[in-house]
Design a protein around this ligand. Structure first.
Ligand code: MLT
Ligand code: ZN
Length: 463
């Protein structure tokens, strides 16, 4: 396998060095075995095709790899697979001002698209904490969401066209950035969120939009979670929100300590909401704040007076993930309908408290989208193994609560290895069967990211 890969790519773009396997064989998760057979670095679409054809001929498996910032193990190689890194396919290829479409290779980093759009006087609105390293191909493969979804939607909403290499090595150009195209199944959308199980995203055409007005950021303190919906509704009545995030007091405690940040408000609250809105809506937002204060929904609040203050308030939200990382969190990315969020949080708190009263929960997330991030922190006295055993016992209880509300066991982090065995809590047996049939049509030999997303049906041809 290694020799044939070297024939395709040359010896310098195929590596089996221990450090390289460890680095490119994993994403941000730390609980899965990392054991790839090799890492390869194609530079062109024909090279990706050649690697895929070789995998079909020789019977080895491929794991597409972007910025490796995933949190569900979708880019982890545990079984001797060949990791296909897009680090060397990182060029912006084309821009069309009339269409406002930028065409880029899969390995372009999200922040580079932001900078490119800004340079053109435009805006690419999909944004999240890992924008500095996540790559467009990975964003498409996981339909990445983030902090602006309430206003701009997910990655899916910005993909005008895709070039993909299917699991058999076929190159498909999907939609070619057309606005209107009523010619049957839109295969582009099958690849968005497919987590590398159908083929490789090698190029994406992304739509850009006009730059929003300069924004303001507000952080509000809330004593009762149930009031957050009244706050959301009141602010939405007067202001155009581009973010409505939340985090708990425990999150504030961790992030202020970790990043040496000032607390947002004079007193502490059980929960905090972070809102971003257009500067033009400042007086409407202040009126909404006064009303929320009078109604007793919020106890205090602060609004940014400069870009630096806005960034400092955002740091409270964006620094949470790294601040709790040393506590080996059991991470869960869940969605319910927005109206169900407060009741859902209560139910989860109670279920975890009943099973394991000594475990602490750090809540945060994109509450305006109904998307919450549950992070259970490992107590210092517990080994990682014992901690994960406890959390594994919690998972089915948790997913039953999600399912009973018609929610999703993965809102924006994908299914990967982490949630594969729980897919049935969000998708019906009929849906999963159809998904498997789609996989069989595009990747009949099962070379593409086997064991991720869909039930592992032991395809013999891959290791
Ligand atoms: C976030 O919203 O900060 C990201 O989804 C990362 C995380 O959940 O840790
Ligand atoms: Zn998130």
């Amino acid at each position: 396998m290694i020799e044939r890969l070297k024939e395709v790519l040359g010896p310098r773009r195929v590596t089996t060095a221990r450090d390289d396997l460890d680095n490119w064989g994993r994403d941000w998760t730390r609980t899965f075995v990392v054991a790839p057979g090799a890492v390869v670095f194609p530079e062109t679409v024909p090279e990706v095709v050649a690697i895929t054809r070789l995998a079909n001929e020789e019977g080895f498996a491929l794991v597409p790899s972007g910025g490796r910032t995933g949190l569900s193990g979708g880019a982890v190689a545990s079984r001797g697979e060949v990791v296909v890194s897009f680090d060397r396919m990182n060029r912006i290829l084309d821009f069309n001002a009339a269409d406002r479409v930028v065409r880029c290779q899969a390995g372009v980093v999200t922040a580079a698209v932001h900078a490119f759009a800004q340079d053109k006087g435009l805006y690419y609105p999909v944004d999240f904490s890992s924008s500095g390293s996540s790559q467009i191909g990975g964003n498409v493969a996981t339909n990445a969401g983030g902090i602006n979804v309430i206003r701009y939607g997910m990655t899916r909403d910005w993909v005008a066209g895709l070039t993909v290499v299917t699991g058999t090595g076929e190159v498909l150009e999907l939609n070619r950035a057309l606005v209107k195209n009523a010619t049957g199944y839109d295969l582009r959308h099958l690849f968005i969120g497919s987590e590398g199980t159908l083929g490789f995203v090698v190029e994406a055409e992304l739509r850009l939009t006009e730059r929003p007005a300069p924004s303001r950021v507000m952080v509000l303190g809330l004593d009762r979670m149930k009031d957050i919906l009244s706050v959301l509704t009141r602010f939405q009545a007067g202001a155009t929100l581009s973010a409505f995030e939340f985090f708990s007091e425990l999150a504030v405690e961790r992030v202020t300590r970790h990043r040496s940040l000032a607390r947002p408000l004079g007193s502490s609250s059980a929960f905090y909401a972070l809102l971003e809105f257009d500067g033009d809506d400042e007086s409407a937002a202040l009126a909404a704040f006064e009303d929320a204060l009078a109604a007793g929904w919020v106890s205090d609040g602060v609004m940014s007076q400069s870009d630096a203050q806005a960034r400092a308030l955002w740091a409270l939200r964006e620094g949470i993930t790294e601040s709790i990382a040393p506590e080996t969190p059991y991470k869960n990315d869940l969605a319910v309908r927005i109206a169900d969020v407060p009741g859902f949080l209560d139910d989860v708190d109670q279920a975890v408290g009943r099973l394991y009263p000594d475990l602490e929960i750090c809540w945060f997330g994109h509450i305006g989208d109904g998307n919450v991030h549950l992070n259970i922190l490992k107590p210092p006295g517990l080994t990682a193994g014992d901690f994960y055993a406890r959390c594994d016992a919690i998972s089915p209880e948790l997913f039953k609560l999600v399912s009973s509300r018609g929610g999703s066991i993965s809102a924006e982090h994908g299914v990967g290895l982490l949630k594969r065995d729980f897919l049935k809590f969000s998708r019906s047996a009929a849906e999963i069967e159809i998904m498997c049939a789609v996989k069989d049509a595009l990747d009949p030999n099962g070379v593409m990211n086997p064991g991720k997303l869909l039930p592992d049906r032991g395809r013999e041809r891959v290791q």
